[in-house]
Design a protein around this ligand. Structure first.
Ligand code: GDP
Length: 336
């Protein structure tokens, strides 16, 4: 018998039952985890690029599912995006894999996401797929198999793929989706509500993420770097927002003033980031500013500087200081 069960709806709080819980999205780099999270949440909470390993820490996106009469009660689902699963070698990698383990510990349901267009290598020993599967095998909560990017898959390939994947582990549900187009996501939400336990809201109803704005701003800048620079620079870059001044209440022409430092590992990378006559940095700043303005809903004054911090990815202290929870802690200490 399967160790999990769909939860029977029970009336509570004046006949208004609510389901709530944490859902971790797990999968190899580039399968579409961030795209899914953004589609579900409807706001840009995770960065999306065509380069793998762009999500470095756990990101929570919060989705309110309204009740559907006779079908399911209302729910608050807290999605936890994880960095892509991969075998760790540098300090940054280790830190990222720790995030994956943490995300799996505090979950009610896990979504194992695979890319329908890629050959899966779950049976090959040493492969990243089998490593991912070994993480999932240890779980005793419901695991949904999400087959993503079905918009790119010929229809006759889907059923054999489902059969092959279901032979590996028994999944609570198998749901083909296109995160980019939004196909299959309503069904996914309904199925998640079915399996979530009764509970209170973890976050206020109108909140869509628990990430501080300054962290999201840093991620938007990092996204521009990923999009505007070549192979090696993005992975060697980190962004820290050093100043974040929101406009005062009732400001006539609200402007948010932001200064951020872009760290890279070598002077060659710094030269690429700055570009000829500062053109690259200008373009990164201009495009990031547009995104930040639409996130914040105010005008933004954005100042960027590039700093070389040799070998930062190998330095535990530096990598840990990039974690926004650490940064918030530090800011709290400074303000005391
Ligand atoms: P992550 O590393 O798992 O978070 O992957 P991302 O969400 O960053 O997506 C990686 C790439 O796959 C991006 O170029 C996305 O636009 C693309 N992608 C994600 N979902 C879909 C999908 O359903 N269909 C198609 N065609 N592309 C997708």
């Amino acid at each position: 018998m399967k160790p999990w069960r769909k939860q029977a709806a029970q009336p509570r709080r004046g006949n208004r039952p609510l389901r709530s819980g944490f859902v971790s999205i797990l999968g190899r780099p580039n399968v579409g985890k961030s795209t899914l999270l953004n589609q579900l949440v409807g706001e840009k909470v995770a960065i999306v690029t065509s380069k793998p390993q762009t999500t470095r820490t756990r990101i929570h996106g919060i989705v309110e599912v309204p009740a559907k009469k006779g079908k399911h009660p209302a729910a608050q689902i807290v999605f936890v995006d994880t960095p892509g699963v991969h075998r760790p070698d540098s300090w940054l990698d280790k830190r990222m894999m720790q995030e994956v383990h943490d995300a799996l510990e505090s979950r009610d349901i896990v979504l194992l996401m695979v890319d329908a267009t890629r050959r899966q290598e779950f049976s090959a020993p040493e492969s990243e797929d089998s490593f991912t599967l070994s993480l999932v095998r240890k779980l005793d909560c419901p695991v949904f198999l999400l087959i993503n990017k079905i918009d790119l898959l010929p229809k006759d390939k889907l059923l054999p793929m489902i059969a092959e994947l279901c032979a590996l582990r028994s999944f609570a549900e198998v749901i083909p989706v296109s995160a980019r187009k939004g196909d299959g996501l309503d069904r996914l939400l309904v199925k998640l509500v079915e399996y979530l336990p009764e509970g209170e809201r973890y976050f206020p109803k109108d909140q869509f993420t628990d990430q501080p704005l300054r962290f999201m701003v840093a991620e938007l800048i990092r996204e521009r770097i990923l999009q505007e620079t070549g192979e090696e620079v993005p992975y060697a870059s980190a962004v820290v927002v050093e100043r974040f001044e929101e406009p005062g209440p009732g400001a006539k022409n609200p402007v948010t003033r932001i200064s951020a430092a872009i760290y890279c590992e070598r002077s060659g990378q710094k030269a690429i980031l700055i570009g000829k006559g500062g053109s690259k940095l200008k373009s990164i700043g201009m495009n990031a500013r547009r995104e930040i303005e639409s996130l914040l809903g105010t005008r933004v004054f954005l100042e960027l500087r590039v700093i070389v911090e040799e070998g930062w990815r190998e330095r535990r202290g530096f990598v840990e200081s990039l974690d926004w929870r650490k940064q918030i802690e530090e800011l709290g200490k400074r303000e005391q």
